[in-house]
Design a protein around this ligand. Structure first.
Ligand code: ZN
Length: 83
């Protein structure tokens, strides 16, 4: 069977969350086709990334990204110091 436009705006298989097994909302799949988790569980699996503008010199700023708790903490420290 071919799945196409006749089957609604989300022509893809129903995906279930890898964690809680609940179906992932079609709108979420539309926005994040690669996701394997529902909204509730995604937080447990996505690594938080923080970007900060660091001004280490008076003229130039540098956008620095960090991921992972320790790196984010370090970046925040750097950010606070550079202001
Ligand atoms: Zn889930």
């Amino acid at each position: 069977m071919r799945i196409g436009a006749d089957h609604g705006p989300y022509p893809r298989d129903i995906m279930n969350c890898n964690d809680c097994e609940n179906p992932i909302a079609p709108a979420r799949l539309e926005a994040l086709p690669d996701t394997n988790y529902c909204v509730k569980c995604a937080d447990n699996h996505t690594e938080r990334v923080v970007g900060r503008m660091i001004y280490s010199h008076k003229t130039a700023g540098e956008l620095v990204f960090a991921s992972g708790k320790e790196n984010i903490r370090r970046l925040n420290r750097e950010y606070t110091r550079s202001r």
